[in-house]
Design a protein around this ligand. Structure first.
Ligand code: PEP
Ligand code: MN
Length: 266
């Protein structure tokens, strides 16, 4: 037990508002893929479930140009309202350096998504904002490339980096991506940065998300990022993988119960 405690206290932690990532218990980040007009109401319900941090993007990196690209600046106002209503920190994605000053006014953490993991200018600009940065793994990136990207942020003097495994591209096509849970123990060895897992973008299908979430906690992840929506099939973005709030509820309980597992695995 002493060894576990020593490890937990020497690991680096990242603060999102009042929430500690990489501390003695895993955290739950949840919310819709994209901020939609009912985001504030959804945020209130997510807070009531015990979610630690809200997610919701206003700038969306979409594969196809005809897809919904996010509410843009109009969505930032909703993020600000959700944050003040719930008192919860919010993480939201930035696609360009130019967006950062606006987003930084309302967000507690900047997400750099999988498609931008090696957008080095964006990494530096995110680092220079001074805000914590959630760095998602590129879907074809090795661990070393991922860490090199984290180093771009850290080189600015901002050491508040959270790694997020979200599945990688393999020959399998039934899942959206292949969740690489080895990332958790391997990154524990290679870095003291906290690492969380996003089972939603890995599975791509809501029914498979809880099992992967549970597995991520079992390997000692510092948290989960899960897409959840009050009416999942009506989501404007990623409807197939969104959990309903009822489906999310048990996972909030697992996160609380997983503190000892995180210690053992970590
Ligand atoms: C997201 O979190 O909404 C997202 C776009 O994820 P990823 O960058 O992992 O595809
Ligand atoms: Mn999404």
């Amino acid at each position: 037990m002493q060894a576990i405690e020593a490890k937990l206290t020497t690991d680096r932690t990242v603060r999102l508002g009042t929430v500690t990532v990489g501390g003695s218990r895993p955290i739950l980040i949840a919310g819709p893929c994209a901020v939609e007009p009912d985001y504030v109401e959804a945020a209130g319900r997510l807070a009531a479930l015990g979610v630690d941090v809200l997610r919701g993007c206003v700038f969306k990196p979409r594969t196809r140009p005809e897809s919904f690209q996010g509410m843009g600046e109009a969505g930032l106002e909703l993020v600000a309202r959700a944050r003040s209503l719930t008192g919860l920190p919010v993480v939201t994605e930035v696609l360009t350096a130019e967006e950062i000053p606006l987003v930084a006014e309302v967000a507690d953490c900047l997400q750099v998504g999988s498609r931008n993991m090696q957008n080095f200018r964006l990494l530096v600009a995110a680092g220079e904002s001074g805000l914590p940065v959630l760095l998602k793994r590129g879907f074809s990136a090795t661990y070393d490339e991922w860490l090199a990207s984290a180093a771009y942020i850290e080189q600015t003097g901002n050491r508040q980096v959270i790694l997020c495994e979200r599945g990688i591209r393999t020959f399998e096509t039934r899942t959206r991506n292949t969740l690489d849970l080895s990332a958790v123990p391997v990154m524990r060895e290679l870095t003291d940065l906290p690492i969380i897992v996003d089972p939603s973008h890995a599975a791509g299908t809501a029914a498979w998300v809880p099992a992967l979430a549970s597995a991520a906690l079992a390997v000692g992840a510092d948290g989960l990022m899960i897409e959840a929506h009050p009416r999942p099939r009506e989501s404007w973005c990623d409807p197939d993988q969104a959990l309903s709030l009822e489906e999310l509820q048990p996972i909030a309980g697992w996160v609380l119960a997983a503190a000892p597992i995180r210690g053992l695995a970590g």
